[in-house]
Design a protein around this ligand. Sequence first.
Ligand code: HEC
Length: 108
Amino acid sequence: MKPRFLLAALLVLSATGQAFAQESSDVADLVKASGCLSCHSVTEKIVGPAFKDVAAKYANDADAVSSLAQSVKNGSRGKWGRVPMPPHASISNEDLTTLTTWVMSHKP
Ligand code: HEC
C-alpha cells in the first residue's frame, strides 16, 4: 500500500512541476532567442533599462503591454536615455505581446 501511495504522490508532483517549468521556460527561451538579454536584464540596467524599472514606470498604464510591444517592434529612443533601442520588425505580434506581458509581470 505504502509504495503505491508514494508512487502516486511522486507522479502528481512531477506532473505539476513540469507544468510550471514548461510555462516559465517557454517565456525565458523566447526572451533569450529574441536577443533581448544582450541589452536588458530584469534587475540591472545594461544598455537598456532593467525590465523591473520598465514595469514600474508603466505600472499604472492600462495599455502598457501593447504600447511597449510597439516600442520593441519599431524601436524606441529618448524615453530612457540617449541610447536608442533598434527596431525588432521580425518578431511576430503574438511573441511581442508575450514578451511585453512578461516584462510587465515584473511590476513592484
Ligand atoms: C541593442 C540593445 C537592445 C536590444 C537587443 C533590446 N533592447 Fe529594449 N531597449 C534598449 C534601449 C537602449 C532602450 C531605451 C530606449 C529609450 O530610451 O527610448 C530599450 C527600451 C525597452 C523597453 C521600454 C520601451 C519604452 O517605450 O519605454 C522595453 C519594454 C524593451 N526595451 C524591451 C525589449 C525586448 C522585449 C527586447 C527583445 C525583443 C529588447 N528590448 C531588445 C536596448 C535594447
